[in-house]
Design a protein around this ligand. Structure first.
Ligand code: DGL
Length: 275
């Protein structure tokens, strides 16, 4: 057993990464986890590359400072816009023995195994869509797949305002799905490439209108982390295992705790941090 607190860090621009953390905790309950939501500066989805990179790096540094040797960026926008630079440029300077992983690679590695038509739909924030990270990464693993992207800028605000099962969501769910179908009628796999979208899953299923698999990233990221820790026993051994779950937010803890349970599936008690 570990004598020091070295949790696995999980970071998101706000609440959405809690859907990913929930799946990770289910798969690997024995580890300690420290979640950081940058709620004071959310959303990231509409921000520039430079800003998302700067914010994400600050959050990763904070988590490193708290003892995390492994950080999961559980945010598509930050994974798309900041992860590669942090891995290639910053990590060697900060501490080459630590690791930062994202949510895009685990997803893009496996989509090829799930589609029969070879037409994949990506639903994401405008930032993730504009980065073209999904088409680029998918082409690396499965060059024959055709990728169709649709930005859904109203979905995060709907979820954050607890309207994911309200009538307001129906309009924007059907609107963005129609836009996606206009690009290809043969899509048989849709990736929910934003941490908030699993909460809209029921509505999305209702408006799909055709047989199609919906892929949420929580279980995919969790399965990938299980494999990663198996392949890297030194990293696994360096992460402490007391079953602790700690939550930090850069904004109000009262507001965070009020919303976080919907995403995490359990009550959450957070502390405030300044970066
Ligand atoms: N967590 C972000 C993502 O997965 C969505 C929220 C935001 O725009 O900050 O893309």
């Amino acid at each position: 057993m570990h004598d020091s607190y070295q949790p696995i860090g999980v970071f998101d621009s706000g609440y959405g990464g809690l859907t990913v953390l929930s799946s990770i905790v289910e798969a690997l309950p024995e580890y300690d986890y420290l979640y950081l939501g940058d709620n004071a500066r959310t959303p990231y989805g509409s921000r520039s590359f430079e800003t998302v990179y700067r914010y994400t790096l600050e959050c990763v540094r904070y988590l490193f400072g708290q003892g995390c040797r492994l950080v999961i960026i559980a945010c598509n926008t930050a994974s798309a816009k900041a992860l590669r630079t942090i891995q290639q440029h910053d990590l060697p300077l900060l501490d080459p023995t630590r690791r930062v992983l994202g949510v895009i690679r685990p997803t893009t590695e496996m989509v090829g195994t799930l589609s029969h038509t070879g037409h994949i739909g990506i639903l994401a924030t405008a930032g993730t869509v504009n980065s073209r990270s999904y088409p680029i990464e998918i082409a690396r693993f499965s060059p024959s797949l055709q990728v169709f992207q649709q930005a859904c800028p109203m979905w995060v605000p709907l979820v954050e305002n607890h309207e994911f099962d309200g009538q307001g969501a129906d309009y924007f769910v059907s609107k963005y799905l129609e836009e996606l179908w206009k690009q290809s009628e043969n899509i048989d796999l849709i990736v929910l490439a934003c941490t908030h979208y699993p909460l809209l899953r029921d509505k999305i299923n209702r408006y799909l209108g055709r047989p199609c698999t919906l892929l949420s990233q929580g279980p995919v990221t969790a399965a990938s982390l299980v494999c990663y820790l198996r392949r890297h026993p030194d990293m696994a051994a360096s992460c402490s295992r007391e079953g602790r779950r700690d939550f930090c937010t850069t904004d109000s803890t009262a507001i965070f705790d009020h919303h976080a349970g919907i995403f995490f599936g359990l009550p959450v008690s957070s502390r405030h941090v300044s970066l």
